[in-house]
Write a new protein. Structure first.
Length: 281
């Protein structure tokens, strides 16, 4: 009967929910262990000045080394966000990045800015701004060397709150980038009021280049009007790189230049060779 079918569907649904909850609980427990046992690490992807081909910064991207395998952030960051454990994980990312900047300065008398991704819930947390300021002081790093990446969607959750926090971060000297720009349907009228320094064009729009350039052109125009630095994400080939350069995009990041690299490799390729330079210190 229909009633029996309905009841079967319900118990199937309930069973699915229970399984999902169990998986979530297991993942949450192992994320706690991962933090305790130091199983996270950061990879670094360089950002290039498209005119000079110089490395001008990098993005720190988290990985989870679990039973000899590297797990992508896409499979654990969403769970970490749902359960709240993103806050200590995110703090670890920021502290680790401060340590790396400090270490490069000590070893090479040179450092480039590191961008860290801040999750929605982490951005909403009251301890974020004081934590970042305190870490920058503890590791004696200039705030310009740390850039906070926040997705457009996170900023939209509570615009008033976002403006207040961004103002605190910006006036302390930290860089602020809107990540995945173009995917969040933000209204242009309030974008003007956000105290940001950088806009990252989402790779969805870069991958359409050069054939389909309407959205990339619009974002570049907007960024210029608001006087922001524009970074294109996900550049995978020379055609995309050339289009962006011709259209006055200043900075690029993507597999065409480099994959995200383990720290030793990144350091050897992009930092160690710059010992002679004293800029950025
Ligand atoms: P995102 O912040 O937009 O980072 C860019 C992602 O695009 C990275 O993936 C990077 O490896 C990838 N990518 C870079 N260049 C190319 C390219 O040319 N082609 C393609 N197809 N992909 C490219 P990854 O490392 O897997 O990170 C995925 C997302 O996970 C990040 O997107 C970010 O939202 C999140 N994430 C990574 N690390 C952290 C973290 O420490 N904290 C938080 N909250 N989120 C993080
Ligand atoms: Mg990012
Ligand atoms: Mg992005
Ligand atoms: Mg993304």
């Amino acid at each position: 009967s229909a009633k029996a079918a309905g009841s079967n569907q319900w118990s199937f649904f309930k069973q699915q929910m229970t399984e999902r909850a169990a998986v979530r609980l297991r993942t949450e427990a192992s994320l706690h262990d991962a933090l305790k046992n130091n199983e996270f690490l950061l990879y670094f992807q360089p950002k290039f000045d498209l005119n000079t081909n110089q490395v001008v910064g990098c993005e720190a991207l988290i990985r989870w080394q679990k039973d000899g395998r590297l797990i992508s952030p896409m499979s654990f960051i969403p769970v970490a966000e749902e359960t709240g454990i993103i806050i200590p994980i995110g703090r670890w990312v920021i502290e680790q990045s401060c340590k790396v900047i400090r270490e490069w300065q000590r070893k090479y008398n040179y450092a480039i800015p590191i961008a860290v991704n801040v999750a929605s819930q982490q951005f909403a947390d009251a301890s974020l701004v004081p934590d970042i300021k305190q870490l920058a002081i503890r590791y004696q790093i200039r705030p310009e060397l740390l850039e906070i990446e926040i997705t457009e969607t996170s900023l939209m959750n509570d615009v008033e709150q976002a403006i207040t926090k961004l103002e605190q971060l910006k006036s302390a000297g930290f860089g602020i980038a809107v990540d995945d720009f173009g995917t969040g349907y933000s209204s242009l009228s309030y974008l003007r009021h956000l105290p940001i320094t950088t806009m990252k064009i989402d790779r969805a729009f870069v991958s359409d280049l050069p054939e389909d350039s309407a959205i990339a052109s619009t974002i570049l125009m907007l960024g210029r009007q608001l006087d922001l630095t524009i970074v294109a994400e996900g550049i995978e080939n020379i055609q995309q790189q050339e289009w962006l350069k011709e259209n006055q995009c200043e900075i690029g990041q993507g597999f065409y230049f480099s994959q995200p690299l383990p720290i030793e490799e990144f350091e050897e390729k992009y930092i160690a060779c710059n010992t002679a330079k004293i800029m950025h210190v």
